[in-house]
Design a binder for this molecule. Sequence first.
Ligand SMILES: *Cc1c(COP(=O)(O)O)cnc(C)c1O
Length: 401
Amino acid sequence: MSHPSVNLRPNAEGYFGAYGGQHIPPHLKVIMDEIGEAYLAIRQTSAYQDELAELYQHYVGRPSPLFHARRLSEKCGGARIWLKREDLNHTGAHKINHCLGEALLAKHMGKTKVLAETGAGQHGVALATACALVGLPCEIHMGAIDVAKEHPNVTKMKILGADLICVERGTKTLKDAVDSAFEEYLKDPQNFFYAIGSVVGPHPFPMMVADFQSIIGREAREQFPARTGKLPDAVVACVGGGSNAMGIFSGFLDDAGVRLVGVEPSGTGREVGAHAATLSYGKPGTLHGFHSYLLQEMAEGEPDPVYSIASGLDYPAVGPQHAYLKDIGRAEYHAIDDAGCLDAFMTLSRTEGIIPALESAHAVAWAMQEAARLGPEADILVNLSGRGDKDADFVADKLGL
Ligand SMILES: *Cc1c(COP(=O)(O)O)cnc(C)c1O
C-alpha cells in the first residue's frame, strides 16, 4: 500500500480533515487565537527555539536512547523489538516535552499563572516541574479521591511549589477537576494560561502539543536507520489523548512502508465503562472544545464513563490528528486489555530490567503479539512513553508479589 504524503498541519480553523476546530464560545475563541498567533510568532524566533533545544538536551536528557530489546525479542520469537526510551526523560515520561514548551510559551506571553487539572497526577507533576524551572506560578486542580490515592505525586507537586487545589465536588475525580480548573481559568484568561496535557482541546492545542512531542519522532527517524540501515516495519505507541503517539508517528508519516500503530486500552471488556478504546469503539462527536471520535454509547453527544488499568489512558475522546489518520487509513488502531498489559509489564521487567508505565505496557503488549507473527527480518519500534515506578506497588498488590 502506498500513501501520499500526509499533511498534519491544521487548516486556518484548526481542522485536521473533519476533526479538531474550536467548539467554544466566541470570547474564548479570541483567547485561543491569541495563543495560536503568539505561538506561531514565537516559534520562529531563535531565542525560543534555542531555549527549548537547550532544555531538551541538558534538562530532559535528550536525545532519549533507542534500545534493542534482545531478550524480549527472542522470547517473542520473531521480529526485533526496539524501544524509544522516553522513560529515561527527567520526570520519567514524555509529558515533560510538551509541559516545557507550554510553560515557556506562557512565560514569553507574559502570563502570570499556569493552570491545569490532573487525574493520577502525572500531568500535574510534569507541569509543576516545568513551571518551577521557568519561574511561573502553577495551580493544579485534582479530585479529592485522586488526591487520596496518588500520594507520591501530590507530595511532589507540593515540593515543586505548585498550588494544589483539592476538588471536593461531584465525583471528586478528573471530570470535576477539569470543571474546577476551567472555572478558575475563566476568571482571567488574559493573564492565565491553561496548559492542556495531550493533543486534545480546542485549536491551537492539538497542533502545539504535537509540535512539542515531535522531537521524539525526529530523533527516532535519525536513530533507527543509523543503527539498522533500514526503517522499522511498524512504529507503535499507546494512545490516551494521543500525544506520545503523535510524537513518534510524526517522524515516519511520509515513510509509506512504515505501519503506524496506536494501541488503546480495552480494559476488562466491551461494555460501557469497562474500557477507554475510543477509536476502536467510538464514533465522531464533540468534547472539551474539539471534534473527534468520542465514546458516547449511553447518550449521543455525552461522554461515556471510561476505565483503564493505566489511568493515563482513560479519556473518552482522542486527539483529532488520530481520528484523521484513522479515517484516511494512514494509521491503524488496536486494543489491548488489562491482562495483556500486565503480562507485558512483567515480561519487559524480567527480560530487560526495564519496568514500563502501565500506559506504555499496552504498546509493548501489541508489539509482543505482532513480533510473533512477523519474521525475524522485521523490526518493531515501540515508544516507551514512561517508566513504571508509579505503578510498581499497584502491580505487586494485584499479582500478589
Ligand atoms: C499520560 C501518559 C500517557 C497518555 O498520554 P498520551 O497523550 O496518549 O501520550 C501515556 N504514557 C504515559 C507514561 C503517560 O504518563
